[in-house]
Design a protein around this ligand. Sequence first.
Ligand code: HEC
Length: 344
Amino acid sequence: MKRHHPAIRQTVRLLLMLIFLLSFSGSLARAAGSGASVWGADYFPNVPLVTQEGKTVRFFDDLIKGKVVAINFIYTSCPDACALETARLREVQKILGSRVGSDVFIYSITIDPEHDTPRVLRRYAEKFQVGPGWLFLTGKEADITLLRKKLGLYTEENRDEKLGEHSLSNIIGNQGTGQWIKGSPYENPYIMASKLGSWLHNWKLPPESKRSYADAPAVRTISKGEELFRSRCASCHTIGAEHSGGPQLRPIGPDLMGVTRKRDGKWLSRWLAEPDRMLQEKDPLALSLLAQFDYVPMPNLRLAPADIRDLFDFMEEESHRIEHHQHGGHQHGEHEHQHEDHRQ
Ligand code: HEC
């Protein structure tokens, strides 16, 4: 057996190490965002998609290249998670104001392109009053599946059983720097807005809108019911006027001031548990509310009985607190109510 000279072996080892170091520093430089991003045109498919206005755009070139974006996947007939997601993104849009469409872009892509034509998507966008810079997109099913896979938002689902769980995530990112973060389903919109508006811009741009995440309610210990309400309900509902967000947007659902007194307890707890079923069964009250609120159906939020009790308590206490507040702290309760009722 022929043995290599030790000096040759040494040289080979040094060379290998050098090659390793060079390739390592190369990828580091790329990761640091030196122009060529880690996930670029060679990673993201440049598939064509059609907007709610019927315009064809390319995913990479037109939608994400060099941009800060939020992307989620929805379908308009979704009975549960999608509407909550859309309502939350609408709050993010409200917080970021005119920056949406200039340096932050929002894309909601349907996973049900057969049903969700541009026309259906436009109607959906109108119901949620989305502003410029937020596109609703449809396309070929295979292309959309590919995008979901590339964005890490694809889950094998049984279309009939668990379709609703598909979209419990969104992704936000800056294509230019290669920073991408998955969002959590119930994330506070102020936090999401600050990630999109500041963090992903490397804090280079000050928030243009006066409403920043600093206006978010102060952190304090909150009840289970309040926590549920904030994360599952507050994007669509207010309790009392003081919570209403901005004059320009009408709320998606009814104000819930005093609702636990106004409605029959049984009706209300069933409504919170399975509003989709009640709408299907054409419950008269549910249908009349649906018509009043531009046919946005209240989503089924998969609440457990204990959640519903906690929410009842919160809605009741909060209504009480606000009444007390509005009436200067001395007059509240039945008396004041009768007063209001007489006037109507
Ligand atoms: C995507 C928006 C959305 C979300 C999220 C949502 N709702 Fe609703 N809710 C509605 C709409 C819209 C209506 C009106 C009925 C309809 O259109 O189906 C409604 C109706 C109601 C009503 C009936 C009001 C009345 O006058 O009787 C109650 C109570 C209610 N929602 C409570 C909740 C609670 C509690 C949560 C959170 C666990 C919640 N909603 C989450 C949109 C939403």
